[in-house]
Design a protein around this ligand. Structure first.
Ligand SMILES: Cc1ncc(COP(=O)(O)O)c(C=O)c1O
Length: 387
């Protein structure tokens, strides 16, 4: 066999598999993809162009432009009350995706375990496995709004667990945590001496309360690897830029892998990100206001249609239940696509226990959402008549 067994056995992303069906279909309203429908703010794009005009086309330091790391450190201090040494505790990466891959490879010895909450972002478990580790599922439920709680963590905890992942606001559920709730999770992590990989890429897209970074809680900075980036808040997915901040020893290990595999994140993206850091706040606020308006509309509409949906507190996803319709989420998604040309993601892409949920991204225009709701209604009437 030419392909490594580990890779051969890895299932392809459930999102990709479904979206292969969408390719080539016309007039589809896609509520499937996890990226902003906004174009990157003009001042950020202009900075990227200007940097090219000025001839900034080289590699940067492996860790990323010192100026950008300083900007991020300053932002974290001012906005989040967190102090990081920009030179020893920070790394600029190719998206949070790369940072996540680096963390697991930097911390895991073969067979070591990582608690991964479900439902969750599709990449976590495969990346743990590729790094030689073993994901251990922490199953969260719709009844508890998909919250990770100390009780659920204790239930899943087993010998050999070295780290846990926390993503909030969460893809695909939109669930987030108050400071009080995070304190409970932090107590669990400290009790078992765990590293925590905290994916806070949607932090700016928080609608109901101020986002609290996990690393800002007492005794957590030394055990949290804090991941964030520019894709979601600044609508910069194509720039592929993220960062990691955390204990110097772990960041040095991540940087070692990064320097051999990536060398450095693209300089054009780093120059653009500097502008986003310095002058992006107003645009972020405007996008957040619009996402919030859409969130309120889509969640109310789904509940009216009988697709029970809790109110997501952040990100740009709704995760309603299709229980009672008598079909799996994959069949629901396929039928809806075929009959009414609305694309969304079946829940099973996000965890083994999620096949009675679907993920709807509301990073799509208000008009698109209104039309999608009308089409889903039509499909639901047909489906209920069929049952
Ligand atoms: C929870 C979560 N983490 C990480 C990523 C990857 O982000 P990036 O574009 O920074 O690689 C995504 C993208 O959808 C995500 O939803």
């Amino acid at each position: 066999m030419q392909v490594a067994k580990l890779v051969e056995e890895l299932p392809p992303s459930g999102i990709r598999a479904f979206f292969d069906l969408v390719l080539g279909m016309k007039d589809v309203i896609s509520l499937g993809v996890g990226e902003p429908d906004f174009v990157t703010p003009w001042n950020v794009r202009e900075h990227a162009i200007y940097s090219l005009e000025q001839g900034y086309t080289s590699y940067t330091s492996n860790k990323g432009l010192p100026e950008l790391r300083k900007d991020i450190a300053k932002f974290l201090k001012w906005r989040r009350g967190l102090e990081y040494d920009w030179d020893n505790e920070m790394l600029i990466t190719v998206g949070v995706s790369e940072a996540m891959d680096l963390v697991f490879r930097a911390i895991l010895n073969p067979g070591e375990k990582v608690l991964v909450h479900e439902p969750c972002f599709v990449a976590y478990a495969p990346l743990v496995k590729l790094a030689g580790g073993e994901p251990v599922a922490v199953i969260t439920t719709a009844e508890e709004h998909f919250k990770v709680t100390p009780r659920k963590l204790e239930q899943a905890y087993t010998k050999g667990v070295k780290a846990m992942i926390l993503n909030y606001p969460c893809n695909p559920t939109g669930t987030s945590y108050t400071r009080q709730e995070l304190l409970g999770i932090a107590r669990f992590a400290k009790k078992h001496d765990l590293l925590v990989i905290s994916d806070e890429v949607y932090d700016e897209l928080s609608y109901d309360f101020e986002h609290t970074p996990l690393a800002s809680l007492p005794g957590m900075k030394e055990r949290v690897i804090y991941l964030n980036g520019f894709s979601k808040a600044y609508a910069m997915t194509g720039f592929r830029l993220g960062w990691a901040a955390g204990p110097a020893k772990i960041l040095a290990a991540m940087t070692k892998i990064h320097q051999y595999t990536i060398m450095c994140a693209p300089i054009t993206s780093q120059m653009a990100a500097r502008e986003a850091m310095r002058n992006g706040a107003k645009d972020v606020q405007a996008m957040v206001r619009e996402y919030n308006r859409r969130r309120n509309f889509i969640v109310a509409s789904l509940n009216e249609l009988g697709l029970t949906c809790h109110m997501p507190q952040g990100a740009f996803y709704a995760f309603p239940s299709i229980k009672g319709l008598g079909i799996s989420s994959l069949d629901f998604a396929k039928e809806l696509l075929e009959r009414e040309k609305v694309a969304l993601v079946p829940g099973n892409a996000f965890g083994s226990q999620c096949s009675d949920h679907i993920r709807i991204s509301y990073a799509s225009s208000y008009d698109n959402l209104r039309e999608a709701v009308a089409r889903i209604k039509k499909y639901m009437e047909w489906r209920r008549g069929k049952k």
